[in-house]
Design a protein around this ligand. Structure first.
Ligand SMILES: Nc1nc2c(ncn2[C@@H]2O[C@H](COP(=O)(O)OP(=O)(O)OP(=O)(O)O)[C@@H](O)[C@H]2O)c(=O)[nH]1
Ligand SMILES: [Mg+2]
Length: 384
């Protein structure tokens, strides 16, 4: 299975940087030169500055129109770079990582997603985006809502990460972001690492692609881990990975179409009976009734790790909150704008124009006297 992780904007490139650290193929794209330089693990030749002519390499300050234009202008450079990375071996999935609330990621990601879909129709394009914190205010929320709408028509799945949910309490925000990014990469990297591992009952690239090819609906990744000696019921641990606190966003998992469960741990704990009990329960619970599974017994392992993927989700409070807030704001903004316009018309009605109050015909039609000439004449007259 071949995945290419493409980070767009600051949040996205920071996430791609962590994927690079764990040996994934990555590319980092940003409008800010400083943010690109700040990355630690993405190789320098895999960093692309876009929109320099528009921004001077200084970012787009949360304006997605500029982010979109930057990506459009430099799309040929970006696509050539991607082509040279890919070479002759197909990519199964492009993962585009970004923050929904900024300008570069929100504006640029849909443009790149569309170009990738066109150029590589057999590969999947999966968006992995962080949803803005509530306290960031209205603009990031609007950027997020509009970008969700656009990507839902282009991407195969949208793995939305709710920063509000994963933030926890106490941390300052920079630490919280670091921790969230780590969680994102840890889970997705463990899942990808388990695909195409030889063995019976393992997952292959086509299983993962089947689950993620879900017409631009939402997907989420769940996770549960425990020391093998402490696992009393494996079935319970698997079910826990699907529970709300384990997921990237608040979602009703019953609305999911497909699921995928990968269980990794010491062979004596991975009992088929327990696993099937959990899978039966979950298959009945989700709407689409299809769950793929992979078992990975590993005698060297001391922990049991469960990674789950649910896709085809449409019922998510995290997403709904953003869409409703953005729509209410847009509607009340449009109303306020109309009110301002009509109030302005009312206030200024009945005023005359200049022609109504000044008499016509006072306009001097001749040529103006030459001031130098007049001065010379006056001086001559004085001297005489
Ligand atoms: N999870 C996570 N979210 C982040 C991180 N950095 C920023 N965000 C979120 O992403 C949004 C901002 O996106 P950025 O990536 O900073 O913006 P950008 O795409 O670089 O665009 P501009 O800075 O406007 O050019 C905000 O809503 C933040 O909540 C991060 O490291 N991790
Ligand atoms: Mg930025």
């Amino acid at each position: 299975m071949r995945a290419l992780i493409i980070g767009i904007g600051q949040c996205g490139t920071k996430i791609a940087d962590l994927f690079s650290l764990v040996d994934f193929e990555t590319l980092a794209i940003n409008t800010s030169r400083g943010d690109l330089e700040y990355l630690k693990h993405v190789p320098h030749e895999r960093r692309i500055l876009i929109g320099e002519g528009i921004t001077g390499g200084k970012g787009v300050n949360a304006n997605p129109i500029l982010g979109r234009e930057a990506m459009k202008r430099d799309l040929p450079v970006v696509m050539r770079k991607i082509g040279s990375i890919i070479g002759y071996e197909d990519v199964d999935i492009f993962f585009l990582t970004f923050g929904f609330g900024g300008g570069t990621g929100a504006g640029g990601t849909p443009i790149l997603a569309e170009a990738l879909k066109e150029e590589y129709p057999d590969s999947l394009v999966v968006a992995i985006g962080a949803l803005p914190l509530r306290e960031e205010g209205i603009r990031p929320t609007i950027n997020a809502a509009i970008t969700i709408d656009k990507l839902s028509k282009i991407a195969d799945s949208i793995i939305a990460i709710d920063n509000n949910k994963l933030r926890g309490s106490g941390d300052d925000i920079t630490h919280a972001y670091e921790r969230i990014n780590y969680t994102i990469v840890e889970r997705i990297a463990s899942l990808l690492a388990l695909v195409d591992v030889p063995g019976e009952q393992t997952l292959d690239a086509s299983d993962l692609k089947f689950v993620l090819k879900a017409f631009g609906s939402f997907a989420t990744v769940g996770y549960a881990k425990a020391e093998a000696g402490r696992v009393k019921s494996l079935s319970r641990l698997i079910i826990k990975s699907f529970e709300n606190e384990g997921l990237y966003l608040d979602a009703n998992i019953e609305s999911a179409l497909y699921g995928l469960v990968a269980v990794h741990g010491p062979p004596e704990v991975l009992k088929a009976g327990d696993i099937f009990e959990a899978l039966d329960y979950l298959t009945n619970k989700i709407k689409g009734k299809q769950i793929f599974r992979g078992f990975y017994p590993d005698p060297r392992e001391r922990d049991v790790e469960v990674v789950t993927l649910l896709s085809g989700i449409y019922d998510s409070k995290s997403i709904e909150d953003i869409i409703i807030t953005a729509r209410n704001y847009a509607q009340s903004f449009m109303r306020a704008k109309e009110e301002a316009e009509s109030r302005k018309r009312e206030l200024l009605s009945g005023l005359p124009d200049f022609d109504d109050v000044y008499p016509a015909g006072d306009v001097y039609e001749g040529t103006f006297p030459d001031v130098d000439e007049v001065a010379k004449r006056l001086r001559r007259e004085k001297d005489d």
